[in-house]
Each structure stands twice: as structure tokens, then as C-alpha cells.
Design a protein around this ligand. Sequence first.
Ligand code: F6P
Length: 542
Amino acid sequence: MSADLTRSPAWLALKQHAAQVGSRHLRELFAADPQRGERLVIEDVGLYFDYAKQRVNADTMDLLRQLAEDRGVRQRTAAMFAGERINTTEDRAVLHVALRAPAGEQILFDGHDVVADVHAVLDRMAAFSDQVRDGSWRGHTGKRIRNVVSIGIGGSDLGPVMAYEALRDFSQRDMVFRFVSNVDGTDFAEAVRDLDAAETLFIVCSKTFTTLETLSNAQAARQWAVQALGDDSAVAKHFVAVSTNADEVAKFGIDTANMFGFWDWVGGRYSMESAIGLSTMLAIGPKHFRDMLAGFHAMDVHFRDTPFECNLPVTMALLGIWNTNFLDAATVAVLPYEQYLKRFPAYLQQLTMESNGKSVTLDGQAVDYATGPIYWGEPGTNGQHSFYQLIHQGTRIVPCDFIGFGQTRNPVGNQHDLLIANLIAQGEALAFGKSADEVRAEGTAEALVPHRTFDGNRPSSTLLAAELTPFALGSLIALYEHSVFVQGVIWAIDSFDQWGVELGKQLAKTTIAELTAAQLPALAHDSSTNALIRRYRQLRDG
Ligand code: F6P
């Protein structure tokens, strides 16, 4: 299968094309086409996507689209929307699109309409959220709930935290929202240290309800709440669970009447709009939550129905393939010029890297091409004063996704214009740079000219939207989700499994036993691991 890709006519044509035009400078590309800045733009679902500063021309895009055709992107997309078990290594369907399908639409999985199930849970979540938000859901002592602590990790945490931060300005401001993920007890301790247990609701989020970190933190939370409230029965009013595993929820001691379910066909990193988003709904309310789902859905429809030439996720994915496989870029920097999106890069790290960090194809052969790049980023303008130096003048190509909004929710003087001016200027500087002659013309001393020269030709895309609303957030996330999917199809990998996280979990079980045994047991690891275990025990025990 991997040989298929690198020997396919479309791939070979792209290789040849890259050899001819891959090093053409963006200055030349812009000079050759004065309309480039308007032509290489797609605008739909409220997003303006400018990819004119990517190192592509019309032929590149045609060849990339041909690659997508040949690799079966259309057929795989149809298969995903039809609920086929495209996650073959786990024998699962991949139906997160059903989580945001409007009521009344039908998506069948094994002959059963899952959209009706989705809306039944959404309605329960909405009723519960309304009760908590209006104070009619009371804690064990009769006090209203003012604090919500969501416990989960990975896909059961990153989406909820990111969405809460992104939509904070839509949240009920007299309530406190905290998120606990790390098994490091500090995370839990700091989250609850100033909270009154009588006013605190814990949401334990775990698809499997077997995850070490989440169950450890949930145990700690239960102990903390029961100790403060003096009664085991307090759990009923202070704990709800979100899971697909009712048996484990019951075993843990949470009444399944207080459980919000989702389904096997929802991947962890694709679950923030399921009941895993209960904290989001509690924060922003059911109406705004539904607006967010509408944003996701609008992008789903766009992705499914729009020709490749003006398809946002397909275009974003193909640019990523070009940068990764033909320009040898190893990373993507995600740079939101929007403080509310400060957790967006972290969220995208799981979405992109857990999905496409794979090195064998669906049929188990080693790939002979690069797959998922490393995603990272920080909000602008902070990053400008730290790592942008490398992006501008380092030896590596770092394709950037700039994200900005026309309006801010917090106008402070002209600061929003200052923010967006920086976003626009960065893309311009990266693309066009500053030649040695230009530097000299400024009267720079000759010895400094090489240091002050910018080669430019560094690719970026810019995404603009009117305002960071729940709808805009939903459409932005779905854009990246589908882009990841398209890339996975082209690379012929399973974007929906995550076997790579298993080995570490398994080894940790042995190590936990060795760290916690009263007497150091015989160690059979390598010499470094053995020494670390011994040294840790000495340091811990003094
Ligand atoms: O270990 C990785 C992972 O399985 C992620 O894919 C998932 O989002 C996370 O752990 C949490 O899993 P769960 O929701 O089952 O607790």
C-alpha cells in the first residue's frame, strides 16, 4: 500500500513538479500573478482561508487534487458519513459527524438511527445544565452549585478545556469552571483548594472509565467531597459521569441515573461535542452549545458536498501534504491571534498527532513517506517574542497557520488593530523577507547585513472569521478534523486508532508495582531503568 502511494502517477507527477517549482520564491509567484492574493482564497462557512502565501501554484493544486481523487478521498468520506467501520484496526465506525447532525436527520449505524440517540442525550444534558445554571439542582446540603470541576484526560479533557477558554465570554460568569487531568496530585489539589465542596459538582469524563489518571483523580475528588460533606450519599448530588461504560461507572459508585452516555463510534479526540462537552454546556448554556454544533455541522456539510477546488478541509489537507511530503517540513505552527484560543494548539496536538502519528499503512506495511507533522503553537503576539526568530531565520521550514478575527469581544483602545496588524505583518514578512540589498539600502553596516537579511519564502496560511462565536469555534474545529482525515486517507493510515499510547501504559503498571512495594523487588529492566527506580525510591524515602 505504501509503495502504491510513492509510485502512483499523481505522486510521481508531484515529485517532478516539486523539483521544478518547489524552490520558486513566493516573490516570484506573486509577481507572476497579480491576482494571486484574491485567487488563492476560499471563503465559506464564515471562514476566509487565504493560502496565497503557500509555496504552490495552480498546477501544484491540480496535481494535489488529482492525488486526493486517486487515493479515494471521495469514497472514504462517503464511507465515514455512512457509518462504515473505517477504523479497521479497532473495527469501529467513525461517526463524530452524527454528533452534530441536526435533529430529524438520519444517520444509520447497523440499521439504527444514531441521530435520534444523540439528540436524546443532548436534551438530557440541556435539562441538567439548565437545572444547575438556574440553581434548581442543589448540592447535598441544599446549596446551589457554583463550581464545576471536570475530570478527564486526553480527548476527555483537551476539548472541554479548550472550548471553555475559547467561549469563556459566553459563560455564566458567576460560576467557576476547573479542569483536572494530570495524575500529578498537584493538578487536583490546586483545582479544589479554594472551593466549597457543598457548592462543587464533579463531572468525571472517560470514554472507557478505566483510565488511570481519571480514576485516580475521581477517587481523590470523592474522598475530598465525602470528607467535607460528611456523608457518602453526597456523591449523588455532586458527581456525574460521562462515559460509554455504564458498568464501570456503577462500579465506581456513580449512579447511572447521573450518567450521560456516548457511543463506541465516537473517538476520544473527536468527542468534545458529545456528552464529554457537558462542562462546555454548563458554562455557555444549551443554546450556545447548539450554536457550536451548528458550526461543526456547517463545516461537515461543506466538506461532504463542496468540490475539491473550493473545499476548505481538502485544501488545507493538501497544502499539508505538499509541505510535509514535497517540501520536507516536519512541523506546523498554529498561531491564533486571539487570546481566547490559547488552548487551541494543545487541543490540535492530540487531534492531529494522535490521529496521524502513524508509520504503517492500514494493511500493516511500513510507510516510505513522512506522515503527520508535529503541531505546536502559542497565541500571537506572545510567540513573536519567543520562537518566531527560528521561523523567520532558522534553517527549517515551519509552515504556519495564522488565525484571527475581525472583531474582539474585549475592545481596549486600538489594541485589536495592533493585534491583527501583527498577524498580517508576520505572514508578509515570512513570505517576502528582506533581501541583502534592501538591508544595505537602509545603511546597515556590511558585517551585519547577513544577520539582518530575511530569505523569506516561508509558507503560511491565514484564517479569518468575523468573531469567535460558538458557531465559529465549531466550524474551525471541524475544519481541522476533516483536514486530518483527508491526510490520513492519502497516507493510507488509520487516523482513528492510537495503539502508540499502549506500551507506555503497560510498562507503567509494572513500574507502579516496583515503586510502591514495601521492599524493592528484583528488577529486570535495562540498567538505566533499574537505576532510575532505585534512585527514585531513595529520593522519595530520604
Ligand atoms: O491514552 C490515550 C487515550 O486513549 C486517548 O485517545 C483518550 O482521549 C484518552 O486516552 C482518555 O481516554 P478515556 O476517555 O477512555 O479516559
